[in-house]
Design a protein around this ligand. Structure first.
Ligand code: SF4
Length: 327
């Protein structure tokens, strides 16, 4: 649920997204809020709308081909949700715990609402799909289930165990939610021994309230730190988006925070707005800026940094894992 202070943000002419405090909230908005007539998410765009054509380097080709369609068909027949595939490297990402999230991140296209009951057969079906496809690297993620953090963690753990039985050679990366800071939930996942524990930082702390209202920057840092503390050999990974209005200096501060938590792998990619109902793009970063961010991040001790316009959390996941395994 969005707090009232969290629902208001503006886009200045420089496309910098910022919160409007109650003091700076226009009177007409105050009265509408008090009457309860405004929808929960109010996006106010101040100043002229600047045309933002998508740069050439972001025009990626959609995945096609027989293998891609086979994977989609198999996932559908097993009632599974896949979110990303890189068939050439036998990699795929599966989303657990349904396709409805209990949170409302301003950048995310996953539907929000009341989730379905936890499906305890889902781990076996995910493992069956991975075994059938002969995947070499599987990313297992989920929607957020703030209604049942421990249940969500148990589904992750059971999925890891089932994949080990069905596809013992498959590398398993889990991209987990923050479990609202419950250490017990994190321990449940770690005890199942994934190969990589990934939790996304997403953006700089100043933008958490507009971009990730249900999350807390400190909680994310604690999770990544605790993963190493509870399981020192675990490879940890996180991801950041750019283009939401952050500054380079803020990004570098985040690199420092993550480096201090001994995070092993970092991915940095361009935010792309899923629809007009989502946060606007503040700006597109050029490829040389991604290169600059990579060089800066590497100063803080990451073992591998993937930085580029089309980089996503599971982008080249197999290569990231191989690079860290070699060192
Ligand atoms: S918690 Fe994850 S799935 Fe849910 S809205 Fe945020 S980014 Fe999307």
């Amino acid at each position: 649920m969005w707090a009232r202070e969290e629902v208001l943000f503006s886009q200045s002419s420089s496309h910098d997204i910022r919160l409007l405090s109650r003091e700076s909230t226009p009177e007409w908005v105050e009265s509408e809020l008090d009457m309860g007539t405004l929808p929960q998410l109010v996006q106010i765009e101040v100043g002229p709308r600047l045309p933002q054509p998508k740069p050439e380097w972001l025009r990626a080709k959609a995945p096609v081909g027989e293998n891609f369609h086979n994977l989609k068909r198999l996932a559908r027949s097993l009632g599974l949700h896949t979110v990303c595939e890189c068939w050439n490297h036998r990699t795929a990402t599966f989303m657990l715990l349904g396709d409805i999230c209990t949170r409302r991140c301003g950048f995310c296209a996953v539907p929000k609402g009341k989730p379905q009951p936890i499906d305890w057969d889902e781990p076996a079906r995910v493992a069956q799909a991975i075994g059938t496809l002969g995947l070499k690297h599987a990313v297992v993620t989920s929607v957020n289930r703030d209604d049942d953090n421990l249940g969500g963690a148990r589904i992750f753990a059971e999925t890891i165990r089932q994949i080990r039985l069905e596809a013992p050679d498959c590398r398993i990366e889990v991209l987990i939610p923050d479990f609202q800071g419950w250490d017990e939930a994190l321990r449940i996942v770690l005890e199942a021994k994934p190969d990589i524990l990934n939790h996304n930082t997403e953006t700089v702390p100043r933008l958490y309230r507009v971009a990730r209202s249900g999350a807390r920057y400190d909680r994310t840092l604690n999770l990544l730190e605790n993963a190493k503390k509870f399981s020192p050999a675990m490879v940890t990974k996180t991801g950041l988006m750019v283009g939401l209005g952050e500054t380079m200096a803020e990004m570098i501060e985040v690199f420092r925070d993550l480096g201090e938590r001994q995070v092993d792998i970092l991915s940095i990619g361009q935010y792309l707005r899923p629809s007009r109902d989502h946060l606007p793009i503040a700006r597109y970063y050029a490829p040389h800026e991604f290169q600059y961010l990579k060089v800066e991040a590497l100063r803080f001790g990451f073992r591998h940094v993937e930085s580029g316009p089309l980089v996503r959390s599971s982008y080249h996941a197999h290569e990231q894992a191989e690079a860290t395994a070699r060192r």
